[in-house]
Design a protein around this ligand. Structure first.
Ligand SMILES: Nc1ncnc2c1ncn2[C@@H]1O[C@H](COP(=O)(O)OP(=O)(O)OP(=O)(O)O)[C@@H](O)[C@H]1O
Ligand SMILES: [Mg+2]
Length: 494
């Protein structure tokens, strides 16, 4: 795209300055012409008045009060610098070198007579004594020329005489304008410079730097948007750091355990035995689970979640998941009573068995982890209006109301220290939500603090893959600002 001339200037200050100076120059030019014409008019008026004054002066002295020509007539005329003629009552010239204009009758009739002869402009006044016109006095002065051309030439002459005043006024006005423009532009562009500085600091990883919003104009709005963006970036950065910290912590624990056992085996401190190998296998499985979760999460964020829909009977699936949870956490699960209250004769739902298994496993695993010994975990299912609602209820401590909507956010844990101790990374429910929404359903949590909580999800009985695709896209777009992943943001921003 071709650059506009203004865009070539390096700063807003320079642009504003140029625009203002240009505006001032145009204004001065227009003023020069307009005021010039007006002043030229007044100059002509002044010349007219001068001529009138001279003519009246001569008229006063050229005749006696009785109406006869004065004896000092020639002397009077000699004192007037312009060419003069004194006309007698009959139209005859009495004195003076000016030719009597042909229109002299008008003056003798008592009127002021004006006109031009050749390059001369003349003016005549009647001389009145005792109420009667006794003669006339004509005074002339040189003009550049007669008619419109003469007027233009006169005006041009006038312009030539005043150009330097206008140039001086223009230069002073432009200088003041330039000074004001620089001053104003400085104030206006300060937030932009602040933003550039803040952006540089952000590039170095310092997100706290905001800019002061000084105005409500576009620059102010930009500053506001910049501050909002900086806030969100800070949140994202925190999320990313948490993720890296969490992931490395999660990976480190099983890896250290495995390494310790392997070293013991190598050093013959321990002999290979089923119990030890079992522990090692458990650690390897934990590692595998975490890697799977992370892979799942990144796959969901790129929207790549194909569902293999098949009829799934819920009751046996729940029974299987319960036995897996018990096997995975024998010490805890064995002290809890699992109640599978899903009706055995409930007709199957169309879903992706593996994904449904993943959802149920996470809900039951959570319930198992958070329910104290002697507690109960109850799973119920209900088919209604073409959809199936499943609930997993526990008798644990529950979730405080303010945390309820947040537990489905990625890496959100109500009590991070505690969750991490028993293997929680805060990914499980985020994955569960993506999976349920991919099925065209929704998931939510209800809890009364101290009375346990229940996680419920609803999915359609008949699979609707196209709905799933839409739901999946929607869920990834609607995820609350602070929970969206960096990858998701980048995609939306593109
Ligand atoms: N049944 C429950 N009772 C009390 N708090 C719960 C329950 N289920 C989930 N939570 C809270 O919600 C948080 C998020 O759960 P989520 O399943 O997403 O993560 P996690 O279980 O900590 O880790 P992961 O499932 O990824 O191994 C948990 O850390 C916990 O604080
Ligand atoms: Mg979990």
């Amino acid at each position: 795209m071709a650059m506009r001339p203004l865009d070539r200037l390096p700063s807003i200050r320079a642009k504003l300055g140029s625009v203002i100076v240009f505006a001032v120059a145009v204004t001065i030019l227009i003023m020069y012409v307009a005021v010039g014409f007006a002043l030229r008019q007044s100059e002509r008026d002044r010349e007219f008045r001068e001529l009138l004054g001279e003519a009246k002066g001569v008229a006063a002295l050229s005749f006696t009060p009785a109406g006869t020509p004065s004896r000092t007539l020639t002397k009077v005329i000699g004192q007037v610098p312009s060419p003069v003629v004194v006309v007698g009552g009959g139209g005859r010239p009495l004195a003076g070198e000016l030719a009597v204009p042909s229109s002299y009758r008008r003056a003798l009739d008592g009127n002021i007579d004006t006109g031009t002869v050749g390059t001369r402009e003349y003016l005549g006044v009647p001389v009145v004594r005792k109420g009667a016109v006794v003669g006339a006095v004509y005074v002339a002065h040189r003009v550049e020329g007669a008619g419109p051309l003469g007027a233009v030439a006169g005006t041009a002459r006038f312009f030539r005489s005043v150009w330097w005043q206008f140039l001086l006024a223009g230069a002073i006005a432009a200088f003041i304008a330039l000074f004001l423009a620089r001053f104003l532009a400085r104030g206006m562009t300060q937030p932009l410079r602040d933003m550039a500085g803040a952006a540089r600091r952000m590039a170095r990883g310092d997100y706290r730097a905001g800019v002061t919003v000084r105005s409500r104009d576009e620059v102010g709005q930009l500053a506001e948007a910049f501050n909002r963006m900086a806030g969100e970036m800070e949140g994202l950065e925190r999320l990313r750091r948490e993720l890296v910290a969490n992931v490395s912590h999660e990976l480190k624990t099983p890896i250290s355990a495995l390494r310790a056992h392997l070293e013991n085996l190598l050093d013959d401190v321990e002999k290979p035995n089923p119990a030890l190998l079992g522990v090692m296998l458990q650690q390897a499985e934990r590692l595998g689970r975490l890697v799977d979760q992370l892979l799942d999460l990144s796959r969901f964020e790129s929207g790549d979640l194909p569902l293999e829909i098949e009829p799934v009977s819920l009751e046996p699936l729940v029974a299987q998941v319960v036995s897996e949870v018990v096997a995975a956490r024998p010490d805890r699960a064995l002290t809890i009573e699992f109640q599978n209250e899903v009706p055995g004769d409930m007709s199957p739902v169309e879903a992706d068995r593996e994904r449904l298994h993943q959802v149920l496993f996470n809900l039951l695993d959570n319930a198992c982890r958070f329910t104290p010994a002697g507690g109960t975990v109850r799973v119920q299912a209900l088919r209604e209006n073409g959809s199936c609602e499943v609930s997993v209820q526990d008798s644990g401590p529950g979730i405080p109301a303010e945390h309820l909507p947040l537990v489905f956010e990625r890496f959100y844990r109500v009590d991070p220290a505690r969750s991490r101790d028993d293997g929680g990374t805060g990914i499980g429910l985020a994955i569960a939500r993506s999976l349920v929404e991919a099925h065209g359903g929704r998931i939510w949590a209800e809890s009364e603090e101290g009375r346990g909580c229940s996680f419920r999800f609803v999915i359609p009985v008949q699979a609707r893959p196209e709905t799933s695709a839409v739901a999946r896209r929607r869920s990834s777009l609607e995820a609350p600002a602070h929970s969206r992943s960096l990858a998701g943001r980048a995609k939306e921003g593109a």
